[in-house]
Design a protein around this ligand. Structure first.
Ligand code: ASP
Length: 594
């Protein structure tokens, strides 16, 4: 070993010991006759001290060390006179005796601090330097711990981790596939898995009744802060279960990581709207849409949407009379909002991405009076009724939007989240999980004039809805569930179809010809001939889960080597052109773009 200790472990117990440390020069300070160097490694920072009077040769050597030089030192642990109690090594320093430069460094392109001066592109290009920063180190450590806890919990419940192949054929998650040309089979391609969906179902047929895998998935989609072309899932499947068994098992997983990683105990959970010992909140898809305007509601705060259509329509106010939906939220204690603040909110809801026409409001003033641009059209009695629906108290502000029902609900959801932000109700250290159930099975696509599976084609309809597959497919509800935490979809899954006839019917409803279904998924339907048990599963977005626990908005910050928004790895500079020779071997020709 090059070292006796790490830079994060020495303390008062080691005073008087002779030690050898290795690490990177974080910074160096010359103070008159003394030079101090902060030596950094993965574990922490230790202060080295050099004295011009007692050891001028070594002190001069130390003054030549630049930032990020890798050095090895020996020295004596001593108590510091000027202690820094904020770090574990802050009570000691090393009276340095020897320095060996293991490797010099060029001046790094940005500072290695939590608040770095490096922009994201620069940080990505020099990711190995970026990863030296504390925040990045912490994210990756957290990621590792979470993976450990996931493995521990699932193994304790008899799940086994089984790897599934990466070179496969198209999977059914509904995104575009990444494909890989086959040299040995000219003109043919593998697809990279969008998820191990079909394999985990085959593992159930094989009898491994509890499977999981922390696994890379690949989807060729446009990227956003919470999307990467390759991302990691905690992928799970169980046989001989119903929906409620899955919910209980995986609530257990989330509670386990909250307890072990976030050290949340019973008293913490009691202080929230839910209790850890109780099941998570459950909402149906319809309830989620009607009360939060969103199929992934943030329930860290209430501010539920209420429907005012029945009482606000038909009173002669043309704007409201001409719409099919009027909805409102109650922003508590906001009656004192200024015109400027109300204008800001109007601007917010009328921007094209949100698309509301106008924002109406009612102030329920502290002195019992009302103030609203609607006063001209509605009596005080009317407004009072609205207030009642929204449980408005003195000091509250009702915010009202009207229009086409689905668009208005979405706009109300955005407004609700914005108000949640403004009022500080979306605290990063609060975790409010819930299940959303009973999604529609199918989604109509107006362009293609056909139904698509909302989840994937192996999702089972709810048994009582199966007859609707023939009469009114749009009404069929899926036996599916999403796990949502703080407004983020963290996981989703379903009870699967395990019966060949129903699976064929599903493919038919989705517009697959028998031949197409056979070509693409014949292997799975064949497996259903050989004793497929009832089964279901779920997959969690591991990157999102880690980002949520780390309190970070972008999943890029919890991935060691992520791609940028254009899907490029700018450090290794890929995707890249391949040599003509390789293209030939793969029987591929690139068409020159004109
Ligand atoms: N394979 C699904 C997905 O990736 C999850 C599941 O149904 O288990 O979304």
């Amino acid at each position: 070993m090059h070292r006796t200790h790490t830079c994060g472990e020495l303390n008062m117990h080691h005073v008087g010991n002779k030690v050898t440390l290795c690490g990177w020069v974080q910074r160096s300070r010359d103070l008159g006759g003394m030079t101090f160097i902060d030596l950094r490694d993965r574990y922490g920072i230790t202060q080295l001290v050099f004295n011009m009077e007692t050891n001028p040769g070594l002190c001069k050597e130390a003054r030549k060390l630049g930032r990020e030089f890798v050095i090895q030192i020996t020295g004596m642990v001593a108590e510091r006179s000027n202690k820094n109690l904020k770090i574990p090594t802050g009570e000691i320093e090393i009276i340095t005796e020897t320095i060996v430069v293991l490797n010099p460094s060029e001046v790094p392109p940005f500072t290695i601090e939590d608040d770095t001066d490096g922009g994201e592109e620069l940080r990505m290009k020099y990711r190995y330097i970026d990863l030296r920063r504390n925040v990045m180190k912490k994210s990756l450590q957290l990621r590792h711990q979470m993976a450990q806890e996931v493995r521990y919990y699932l193994s304790s419940k008899n799940f086994i981790e089984i790897e599934t192949p990466v070179l496969i054929k198209s999977t059914p998650e509904g995104a575009r596939d990444f494909v890989v040309p086959s040299r040995m089979n000219p003109g043919q391609f593998y697809a990279l898995p969008q998820s191990p969906q079909t394999f985990k179902q085959l593992l159930m047929v094989a009898g491994f009744d509890r499977y999981f895998q922390i696994v890379k998935c690949f989807r060729d989609e446009d990227l956003r802060a919470d999307r990467q072309p390759e991302f990691t899932q905690i992928d799970c499947e169980m046989a001989f279960v119903e929906q409620k068994d899955i919910l209980v098992t995986f609530e257990g997983l989330i509670k386990h990581i909250l307890k072990t990683i976030k050290k949340r105990d019973k008293s913490y959970f009691k202080s929230l709207q839910y209790r850890i010992e109780k099941p998570f909140t459950i909402l149906s898809y319809d309830e989620a849409m009607n009360t939060y305007g969103n199929d992934k509601p943030d329930i860290r705060f209430k501010m539920k949407i209420k429907d005012l259509t029945g009482i606000a329509k038909g009173k002669g106010f043309v704007v409201f009379d001409n719409v099919n939906y009027i909805g409102a939220i109650n922003a508590k204690h906001c009656a004192n909002y200024s015109n400027k603040e109300l204008n800001e909110l109007t601007e917010f809801v009328t921007k094209p991405q949100i698309g509301a026409k106008v924002l109406a409001w009612i102030k329920f003033n502290e002195d019992g009076t009302y103030k609203s641009p609607l006063e001209k059209f509605y009596s005080k009695q009317d407004l009072k009724k609205w207030g009642k629906v929204l449980s408005a108290k003195k000091g509250d502000l009702l915010l009202i939007l009207a229009g086409d029902i689905s668009k208005t609900l979405v706009a109300l959801s955005e407004l609700r989240l914005e108000m949640g932000n403004r009022l500080g109700l979306r605290k990063k250290d609060t975790f409010a999980p819930l299940w959303v159930l009973n999604f529609p099975l199918l989604e109509w696509n107006n362009e293609d004039k056909r139904f698509y599976a909302k989840h994937h084609p192996f999702t089972s309809p709810r048994t009582e809805d199966i007859p609707l597959l023939d009469s009114d497919p749009a009404k069929v509800r899926a036996n599916a569930y999403d796990l949502v935490i703080n407004g983020i979809e963290i996981g989703g899954g379903s009870i699967r179809i395990h019966n060949k006839t129903l699976q064929q019917k599903m493919f038919k409803t989705l517009g697959f010809s028998e031949k197409q279904a056979e070509e693409q998924f014949g292997f799975l339907m064949n497996a259903f001939h050989y004793g497929a048990p009832p089964h279901g599963g779920i997959a969690f977005g591991f990157d999102r889960l880690v980002a949520l626990f780390a309190g970070l908005d972008s999943i890029r910050d919890v991935i060691a080597f992520p791609k940028n928004n254009a899907g490029r790895d700018i450090m290794i500079d890929t995707p890249a052109i391949v040599e003509e020779k390789l293209l030939k071997e793969l029987s591929l020709k690139i068409e020159q773009s004109k």
